[in-house]
Write a protein that binds this ligand. Structure first.
Ligand code: PMP
Length: 298
């Protein structure tokens, strides 16, 4: 028998919360004629538990409900109920440090572009997980490709929703990056401005000041906002603005922020090189201290 970590995601032991109850892992299934599978009518969250406590759980549950609303469906569970369900999953599986994946989607009642009478569903799974890029790269920094795809304009797609459909171009970009020997890709937006990575936001350091693109066509990440608060608490100036690729030349440090990526230093993005500097390391440590409750909430 394969070791648990070698098993596919549908072949593991544990409990998944599925439409109101905990079900054995392998029984958490959907039918092939499910609206979400054909038309991407699905939204999800990525959240981490640290020492058994889900970091910023309320914000994730609120974003999940809002993501569904932006796709035109309402989840019949309150934010409090979603929070409680997530906590139940952590407890039932006995996790301390984990990554969690609540996912909501339209069901099988209609098959066509029109959502029709599709009912909303919600499942909450998760797994024990370490650093997104592994321990070594979390220290050394990752190397990034420039994505061949761009973030769409907000009038092309509901950019504030963590919608599965928006990840098509992220998967394509990440695949392209990995095929070319990179760890991830930096995505520009439809105007050609610097936007984000395929699953994380981006920050730059120029002479001790933090710069990050204005999130007007991509997720304003929960980690992104947390890092801005942590930096300001340290007296670091944070500038949210439009950033053009030519400017990357002038930045000394670059890092990613995200629930999965946490704070990950970047050593290069396309032709631009960066150092893993003190401010990046400091903010990575502050974030770690915060998620483990060693410093009060930002
Ligand atoms: N952008 C994208 C495309 C993402 O997938 C994520 C991860 N959810 C983020 C940004 C960062 O968001 P957060 O900090 O809320 O995890």
């Amino acid at each position: 028998m394969a070791a648990p970590e070698e098993r596919t995601f549908d072949d593991r032991d544990g409990w998944i919360w599925f439409d109101g109850e905990l079900v054995p892992w392998r029984d958490a299934k959907v039918h092939v004629l499910t609206h979400a599978l054909h038309y991407a009518s699905s939204v999800f969250e990525g959240q981490r538990g640290y020492g058994g406590v889900v970091f910023k759980l309320r914000e994730h549950s609120e974003r999940l409900k809002q993501s569904a609303r932006l796709l035109g469906f309402e989840l019949p569970w309150t934010v409090e109920e979603i929070d409680a369900a997530c906590n139940e999953v952590v407890k039932a599986n006995g996790w301390t440090d984990c990554y969690m994946r609540p996912v909501a989607w339209r069901g099988s009642e209609s098959m066509g572009v029109a959502p029709g009478k599709t009912k909303p569903h919600l499942a909450i799974a998760g797994w024990e997980w370490g650093k997104y890029y592994g321990d070594k790269l979390a220290q050394e920094g990752i190397r990034m490709d420039i994505a061949p795809w761009r973030r769409p304009a907000p009038y092309t797609a509901p950019a504030e929703s963590k919608a599965a459909g928006l990840y098509m171009i992220c998967t394509l970009s990440k695949q392209h990056a990995e095929q070319h020997g990179y760890h991830d890709a930096l995505m520009f937006d439809w105007r050609g401005r610097v936007a984000e990575a395929t699953g994380a936001n981006v920050f730059f350091v120029a002479d001790g000041t933090l710069h990050t693109p204005t999130p007007d066509c991509f997720l304003d990440g929960i980690t992104r906002r947390t890092i801005m608060d942590l930096a300001r608490k340290r007296g670091v100036e944070v500038v949210e603005r439009a950033i053009w690729p030519e400017e990357l030349e002038s930045f000394q440090q670059m890092f990613l922020t995200g629930t999965a990526a946490e704070v990950t230093p970047v050593q290069s993005a396309g032709p631009w090189k960066f150092e893993v500097g003190d401010l990046t390391r400091q903010l990575a440590k502050d974030y770690d201290d915060l998620v483990y409750g060693r410093i009060p909430n930002a």
